[in-house]
Design a binder for this molecule. Sequence first.
Ligand SMILES: [Cu+2]
Length: 143
Amino acid sequence: MTLRRTRVQWRRLGVVLITACLVWMSGTALMGQSEQVVDVTIKDFRFVTKQSPLRLGLPTVIIVRNEDAERHDFSSTMFEGIPTQIEKDGVIVYGRGLGGVYLDPKQSATIRFDMTRPGRHVFRCSIHPTMSGELLLLSAEAV
Ligand SMILES: [Cu+2]
């Protein structure tokens, strides 16, 4: 094998690596766009949400953080009959009949689902009946 041939092979390897890197980068960019994230913070016995209207048919991620020193619950009928994934402390629960998640003080959870019903969806804390909030889901045509 001559020295020149080795150089060509190294150059090819470089092109392959750069291509793989670009594909990976555009892939993560696309994933970031197609997932809509909602942050819900529980503080002073209230749900605080910063939300722009959500679109149907896109993977939705709700991140709930309990900043209180009290145990709370994030529950909603919006997950009814919809495959839902709830992750808490590295444990993932998956199912169609999940009603929500309990959060110990300073605990957080990530809820992933694909919303199919438009409208206003209420969520509440089953421990404290005065606590409630809502998410607005629009159909894609309305946006
Ligand atoms: Cu509560």
